[in-house]
Design a protein around this ligand. Sequence first.
Ligand code: NDP
Length: 823
Amino acid sequence: MSVLDLFESMEYGPAPETAEPALQWLAQHQPFDLFINNRRVKPASGQYLETINPATGKVLARVAAGNGADVDAAVAAARRAFPGWSKTPGHVRARYLYAIARHIQKHARLLAVLETLDNGKPIRETRDIDIPLVARHFYYHAGWAQLMESELAGYEPLGVVGQIIPWNFPLLMLAWKVAPALAMGNTVVLKPARYTPLTAMKFAEIVEEVGLPPGVVNIVTGEAGQVGEALVRHPDVNKIAFTGSTEVGRAIRRATAGSGKRLSLELGGKSPFVVFDDADLDSVVEGVVDAIWFNQGQVCCAGSRLLVQESIAERLVAKVRARMEKLRVGDPLDKAIDIGAIVSESQLGEIRRLVERGVEEGAQLWQPSTACPREGYFFPPTLFTNVAPAMTIAQVEIFGPVLVTMTFRTPEEAVTLANNTRYGLAASIWSENINLALDVAARLQAGTVWINATNLFDAASGFGGYRESGFGREGGKEGLYEYVRPRWEGASGRASRRRGLAEAPASGESKAHSGNGHAEHASNGVALAGSEVFADLAGRIPSIDRTPKLFIGGKQVRPDSGYSLPVRDPQGMIIGQVGAGNRKDIRNAVEAAHAARAWSGASPHQRAQVLFYVAENLAAREQEFALRLVQQTGRPYADAAAEVQAAIARLFSYAAWCDKFEGSIHRPPLRGMVLAVREPVGVIGIACPDEFPLLGFLSLVAPALAMGNTLVVIPSPQAPLSATDCYQVFETSDLPAGAVNIVTGEREPLSQVLAEHEDVEAVWYFGSAEGSKRVELAAASNMKRTWVNYGHPRDWLDPVQGEGEEFLREATQVKNIWVPYGE
Ligand code: NDP
C-alpha cells in the first residue's frame, strides 16, 4: 500500500504500547499485601483476590482480601500518625506532596500502562489525561498545604479519613481524595475498588519512596462488604469520602447518620449535552465523542443525554453516526484506538441489560458496522433515537458507551428537559451565542457546566454534584473545607467559651434538647440565671395573650391541626401560645418557599437592602425584643439587650456579605476560564436551637436568605416567641412573601417531615444528637444536604462560632462554568 493510498483511506495500523515493564513489575511484586504503617501486611484472612485484565479476561495479579480486622489495624495506624502529621508545618507537608507529584511524573508511563491493563481504558487516556491530572492534583494541593496557615486560619484537620474510590478513574480518584486530605493534615485509610487496585499498589510504593511518615497513608484492598463497610462503620474514623454509585452513597449516608462523621459523596449522573441550532456542528460531534465515548462512557459526568434543537437534529444525528463508523474499538494498549474494554463482565452485563430495556421500551438502537474484539469485555458505541424522557435509558445511569438522543424546540424546553433527572452532576452547552449559553448555564441544575466543551477537569476547579449526584466538592478551595473543621469545634475549642458562659455539656449529656424542664432552660450549657432580675421586670412586662399563627407565604395562617402549644417562662408560667404545626403546614410552607424562588434571582444588592431593612426594623423595636427574651429565658435584661444588639449586627454582617461572598475565576491550563459561581442551594429547612432564641434564629435565617435561598423555619420550641415576633419585622422590610416561612411546633416531628420532603434541598438542624441522626437518615431519600450539630450547642454570641463563611458555604453550592474561547 502506498503512502498516497494510506492518505486516501486514512487506514492505519496498530501502534501498541508495550506492557512488558508493567507485567514485570507485577511479577516482582505480587501477590500484593495491604499497606499499613508503610509496611506490607498480610491480610488477616490470609486470602487474596484476583484482578483481571478486562481486555483479555485473564488474571493480572493477586491482591490481598482485607477484612474488618485489617481495617481496624489501618485505622489504628492512621490514628497514631495523626497527631504528628497534623502538627507537621504546612511547608513540610507541601514538600511531601510536591515529592509525590514528582514521583508520579517519574513513574508516569508505568502508572499509565498499569491503569490501562487493570481498567481497560485506552492508553491514550491514561497517558494524556489520568496521570497528568493526578500529578497536577498533588502539585496544586502542595500549594494549599503551604498556604493553609494563612488561608484557612482558624481551621484544623478532621483526623482519620476513610476514603472509598471507584474503578473508573482509579488513580485519579485516589489523588482527588488523598491530596486534599494530606494537605490539610489528615491521615488516610483508602479502599481502592475491587476491580482496579493496581495503581494504588504502585502509589503505596511512591509513599515509601518519598518517605511519608508511617501511618499517614494506609491502603486496604478487598471487597466492599468486608473493607468498605467496616471503614464506613468504624467508630474512630472522622470522615468518609466516597465516590461511586448513588445507591451505595445512600447506604453510606444512612450508615453514618448521627455518628458525627463528616461525609462527602460524589455519585452518579445522567448529564445533558445540549446543542442549540447555531452551534458549530463539527465541534459538537467531537464533543459528543469526548462526552460519551471517553473511558467507554464509564464516567460519572458523561454527557449521556444528547438534547438537540429540533431543526438540526437530523443533520447532527447523521454526522454523529458517520463519526461513530470511524471510532475504533479494541486493544486499550493500542495508541490508535478510541474505545477500550468495559471494566468487568458484570458491568458489561449491566450495560447489555439496559440497552435491551431501551429496545423493549421502543427506542431506536443504532450501532456502527465496525466489529468489537471477541475476547475480553467490549461493547460498541451505541446511539438511541426515538427516546421519550420517561424511558429507563433516559433516566438511569448506564455507565457505558451508550448515548440517548432527544429533541427540544426552545431554550425553555431545553432547560426543562436537561433538568428532568434526579441527578445534577454536569452539563454541556453548545451554542455560538454566549448570551444564550450563559443564560442556560445559570438555569441548569448541575455542579459543572461546560460551554462548547465537555469533560474538562482541573485541580483548581471544584467538582461535585447538585441533587442526587451527591454533596461536597473535590478540588478548588471549596474542596479543602471537606477536610477541615473550625478550630473551636475541636475538643479544645469547645471548652473555651466566652463571656463567662458555663462549660458546654459533654457530648450526649446535653439537656438542651430534652424539652423536659423549664428550670433546665439553661439549654446549651449557657447559664441563664437571673431569675431575680426577671422577678424585678415581671411587673413591667405586659402579659401576652395573643397566639401567633404560622407564617406561610407572607401570611399569618392558623395551624392545620387547630391546636396550640403553651410557651412557658423559666418558672413554668404560661406566657403565650403558638400554633402546633404539623406535616400539612410544613408541606404548605415548602410550597410557598418554592413559589418564592424569585428571591434567588434578586440581585445581591437587592437582597442586601432587604436584610439591612430587617435590621433597621428590628432596631426600632429593640427594647420590646429584649423584654421578650427576658420573659422567655429569665436572663438579665442587659444580657437580652446584648442578644438583640448581636442579632442586629449579624443582620448587618450578612447584608454586607450578600454581594461579597461571590465566586472566583479559575485559569485552568486551556485558553479560557472557569467561572466558579456560588448558587443558592434552593429551599432550606431550618430547625433552630433553643439557646439564644432570637440570635440563634436570625444567625441561621440571615445567611440562608443572603445567599438567595428560601426557607422553612422551625423556631426554638422552648422560646418561639422571639421568632414569631419577627413576622411583623419581616412584613415591613420588603421581604418577599414566602422567602421565609415559619412553622412553630415540636422540633423533632417537624424537622423529620422537612428531612423527608423531596422538594427540600437542604436541612439545617440544631437540636439533639438523636434528632441529628434522624435528620441525616431521612435526608438520604433524595440525598439532600444536611448540616446538623449532633447535640453540640454553639455560643451564638461569639462571631467565630455564630457567623461567617461556614454559614455562607452551607447556604451555597458552587457551579463551575467552563468557558473556553478563541476561534
Ligand atoms: P459502587 O458504588 O458499588 O462502588 C464504588 C466503591 O464503593 C468501590 O470501592 C466499592 O467496593 C465500594 N463499596 C460498594 N459498596 C459499599 C458499601 N456498602 N460500603 C462501603 N463501600 C462500598 O460502584 P460499582 O463499582 O458497583 O458500580 C455500579 C454502578 O455505580 C455503575 O454502573 C455506575 O452506574 C455507578 N458508578 C458511579 C461512579 C461515579 O464516579 N459516580 C463510579 C463507579 C460506579 P468494591 O469495588 O469492592 O465493590
